[in-house]
Design a protein around this ligand. Structure first.
Ligand code: SF4
Length: 461
């Protein structure tokens, strides 16, 4: 039996850091410097968190025949006695990961995650092996071919190019369920934005891939490709039932880049949840264009309680420059209102500091966020990520050399109209203006109190 340690390291920050978001590059939710923003940082940091699904799938694959420990601590005693370390990469912990790697000179280290694929030259050392693209596929193929033994793995570290033989595409149904059981005994696995109850919120993957036109600045297509691949409905339903039984939770978070992109698949999934009376609550991220009357009704009946939708900006010039495919303002308002009226809470997602943004366009977007009838809103900062097509236009304008600061909440390049301070002030203003008004505070409180006493939660309590 081989002993693996998954060493998932993060820099010390006073806000949430999560590696699964932004297509595996990760995000760091730093809402700003005002008192209100700092309170929001503390709330989100303590109540919403999860590691990368990919690495939890790897953990399950390896655990079939071997010993696996997950830790966030470089001094964990299991490291000195393990055979191999697995280090998940990201942009938001990049320098910390490199420092950690330098402390593991006596260990053989697999580096996983799309960011290491993109920045291979930074992560590839004498003692490391960069597992490219979807690293769960690589470990799945190794296991399937009976190659997880010391002799074979040690040889991979000597002949690093030979790992290319283990990337045969895999059906998503072939993967075991991610290793949330052991993880949730040690770390919080919650998402309290869609219900205040402290139940574990299981991250689920229904599909991978996104074909939309915003790929030129987005990292999801880098990680998962532009072709949509779906798990079978049966496989997803079985996973839901498994976690209901194992962990006694009915709370699920779909991590698909665009849930309901495949309408037929979504309808089939909802109908099955309803038919089998699964009594779940779940949240998704999707495009407003995918939500019509029929879909809203069906999703609500299946248990959808919170939906994240990208609005990005209220300004058409800004959106056109971003090649963002969007729906008209009237339609945005109507769809969000229908969701909220049906009991599905909406979180609108805006990006500030887009290439064509000015102070005025950002203030317009903040006002527009207040006009839209959503319960929540999020304001992140346009980030030209290494590896995306847009990066070539910005690589000479990058003003922040520390990649850990590319957390989607900082301005990292010289913007033609806005300074770093402008962006920080506008970000804090956006959160303050959106949330800090009497009506919104009452709405949020009412929703939280109601969600705490949801019948379905009590049934599974
Ligand atoms: S819709 Fe656009 S922003 Fe969202 S995952 Fe797809 S490419 Fe990325």
């Amino acid at each position: 039996m081989i002993k693996f340690v998954i060493l998932d390291v993060y820099p010390a920050k006073k806000h949430r850091l999560i590696k699964d978001t932004a297509g595996g590059y990760g995000t760091g939710n730093d809402f700003g410097n005002t008192l209100f923003s700092k309170l929001l940082n503390v709330y989100v940091e303590g109540n919403i968190g999860m590691p990368s699904i990919e690495v939890m799938i790897i953990s399950s694959i390896l655990k079939k025949n071997h010993e696996v420990h997950y830790t966030r601590n470089l001094n964990d005693e299991n490291i000195s006695t393990c055979d191999y370390v697995i280090l998940p990469s990201s942009i938001i912990a990049h320098e910390t990961e490199l420092h950690t790697l330098s402390k593991l000179e006596n260990k053989k280290v697999f580096i996983t995650g799309i960011f290491a694929t993109i920045m291979k030259e930074k992560y590839l050392k004498k003692n490391s092996l960069v597992v490219k693209n979807e690293s769960d596929t690589f470990f799945y193929n190794l296991n399937k071919n009976d190659k997880i033994n010391k002799e074979f793995l040690d040889n991979l570290f000597l002949n690093k190019d030979s790992i290319d033989d283990f990337y045969t595409p895999v059906s998503l149904d072939d993967f075991p369920y991610p290793d949330w059981g052991d993880y949730s005994k040690k770390y919080p696995l919650r998402n309290n934005f869609f219900s205040l109850n402290q139940k574990i919120a299981i991250p689920l993957l229904g599909t991978r891939g996104c074909p939309y036109s915003c790929f030129f600045y987005c990292t999801y297509p880098l990680q998962q490709g532009r072709k949509v691949r779906a798990r079978s409905v049966e496989n997803i339903i079985n996973e839901i039932k498994y976690w209901q039984k194992e962990l006694g939770t009915n709370k699920f978070v779909f991590r698909d880049p665009v849930f309901s992109i495949n309408r037929k698949h979504t309808i089939e999934f909802c109908n099955e949840v309803i038919k089998q009376k699964l009594n779940i609550t779940f949240m998704v991220e999707t495009h407003l264009n995918n939500l019509d009357d029929e879909m809203i009704k069906l999703l609500k009946a299946a248990g959808l309680r919170l939906v994240y939708v990208g609005v990005e900006s209220s300004n058409h010039v800004v959106l056109k420059d971003m090649k963002r495919f969007t729906v008209e303002h009237d339609k945005q308002y109507k769809v969000i209102k229908k969701c909220e009226d049906a009991g599905i809470k909406v979180k609108t997602m805006f990006i500030i500091g887009n290439p064509e943004d000015t102070k005025e366009t950002i203030i317009q977007s903040i006002e527009y966020s207040k006009y839209l009838p959503s319960l929540y809103s999020q304001f992140s900062v346009f980030t030209p990520y290494p590896g995306t097509p847009v990066y070539n236009d910005y690589k000479d304008l990058i003003s922040d050399k520390k990649l850990e600061n590319f957390n989607q909440y900082n301005l990292v390049f010289k913007h033609k109209n806005l300074s770093k301070k402008n962006i920080n002030d506008l970000k804090s203003l956006a959160y303050f203006k959106f949330y800090f008004n009497f009506k919104k505070v009452i709405e949020v409180l009412k929703y939280f109190i109601k969600s705490k006493y949801e019948k379905a939660d009590q049934r599974l309590g």
